[in-house]
Design a protein around this ligand. Structure first.
Ligand SMILES: Cc1ncc(COP(=O)(O)O)c(C=O)c1O
Length: 393
């Protein structure tokens, strides 16, 4: 059997391309954050994770440029050896301060952070409990670990509790959840999760990729939002969303971070974040502190869009964050809807099964603090017009 046979047999994407409704890998030819140019035409962007709108902020861009001038374009090596700089360490201190934790560690991506943290911590005699809709990087971190993985139904903490009740007392336990779920926009029930952590002697890891810079009075994430920072053992995050760059981090108690630093293979055997990315994130943290109104504007936008979609008659699930899914159901109909939005000047993300459960395919929309009211009104007007013409509303 030729190992490449599966590639020849893989026709699903090509079949979709032939229909003209293939929605992936579009090259963006220019960007001003809230609007992008694709195929020579401007489209309002409601499919990014640029929550604070900082990718084009002059202070952020200048910080990145200054770091390139000082350190060059990259470190060309792992932090373990030649790829560590004072900027990486300053960033770790700032992240620990921002989240109210003792120590921090930065990785080259958020994905690698989950791979490294979970595989380093969950050993042969341990169990990791994960929500079924957690991000792929948590799932893959579990695959890499030597321990047992137990999945519970999305948001169903009775299901989690019954699994915990059945667990072997002698095993180490880690509960890992997304703080804000990336395709649903709902928020993990940390009050109940922290009770279960306490009752069953488990540790709790929260992936705040979509909550850092967004949730909590200072933008420190889901734990801050609920006032439960001390009861969450590890907070993970990424720099590819609110922090306008690339990279990831974990914060927690010093001995745990020290252990991860010396055992996470995705940290040790991979080149470090470029210094310009560290400088970008440091500048974003400054802006987050100086301009809380950005976060508040983002929440105003989310409220406006939730009300707008609902009054148009769309199903937006349980969205509680600046991620708002518009649920269509059927995969192909979702591609058709996506294409009509795109052709009418609105860029969104189609998310179909198996990435989401069968018959819950959706258009994922997400918002940027710097969107204007006019842009958001335009998005609602296009959704309404297309939705009516396709009989979705
Ligand atoms: C919940 C969650 N965790 C982790 C990641 C991975 O982050 P990164 O883009 O930095 O690899 C993402 C990105 O989509 C995410 O949504």
């Amino acid at each position: 059997m030729d190992i490449f046979a599966k590639a020849v047999q893989f026709t699903r994407a090509k079949e979709l391309q032939a229909t003209g409704f293939y929605p992936y890998f579009f090259p963006v030819e220019g960007s001003e954050a809230t609007e992008v140019v694709i195929d020579g035409r401007r489209r309002v962007m409601v499919g990014s994770n640029n929550y604070l709108g900082l990718t084009h902020d002059p202070r952020v861009v200048e910080a990145a440029q200054a770091a390139i001038r000082k350190y060059g374009s990259a470190c060309t090596g792992s932090r373990f050896l030649n790829g560590n700089t004072d900027l990486h360490e300053r960033l770790e201190d700032e992240l620990a301060k921002l989240t109210g934790k003792a120590a921090g560690l930065v990785f080259s991506t958020g994905f690698q952070t989950n791979l490294g943290v979970i595989s380093a911590l969950v050993s042969r005699n341990d169990v990791v409990y994960i929500d079924k809709l957690n991000h792929a990087s948590i799932v893959d971190g579990c695959f890499l670990s030597l321990g047992e993985t137990v999945r519970f139904r999305h948001g169903d903490l009775d299901d989690l509790e019954s699994q915990l009740r059945r667990s072997d007392e002698g095993k180490g336990k880690l509960i890992a959840v997304d703080g804000v779920f990336s395709m649903e926009g709902d928020i993990a029930d940390l009050p109940r999760l922290t009770e279960l952590r306490e009752e069953y002697g488990a540790r709790l890891l929260v992936d705040d990729a979509h909550a850092i810079g967004v949730l909590g009075p200072t933008g420190a994430g889901t734990a801050e939002h609920f006032g439960l920072t001390d009861q969450v053992d590890l907070i993970l995050g990424t720099f590819s969303k609110s922090f306008a760059s690339i990279g990831g981090f974990v914060v927690g108690d010093e001995p745990v971070i020290h252990y991860i630093k010396h055992n996470a293979r995705s940290l040790i055997f991979s080149a470090s974040m470029p210094p310009s990315a560290c400088a970008t994130v440091l500048a974003c943290i400054d802006v987050l502190r100086q301009e809380p109104e950005r976060r508040l504007r983002l929440w105003d936008h989310a409220r406006k869009m939730r009300a707008g979609f609902t009054s148009l008659g769309f199903d937006i699930g349980d969205s509680q964050a600046p991620i708002i899914p518009v649920i269509i159901g059927d995969n192909f109909r979702t591609f058709q809807f996506w294409k009509a939005l795109f052709d009418n000047g609105v860029f969104t993300n189609p998310v179909v099964s198996p990435a989401v459960p069968e018959n819950s395919a959706r258009i994922r929309t997400s918002y940027i603090a710097t969107h204007t009211e006019e842009q958001l009104d335009f998005v609602l007007e296009v959704f309404g017009r297309v939705g009516r013409s396709m009989g979705i509303i």
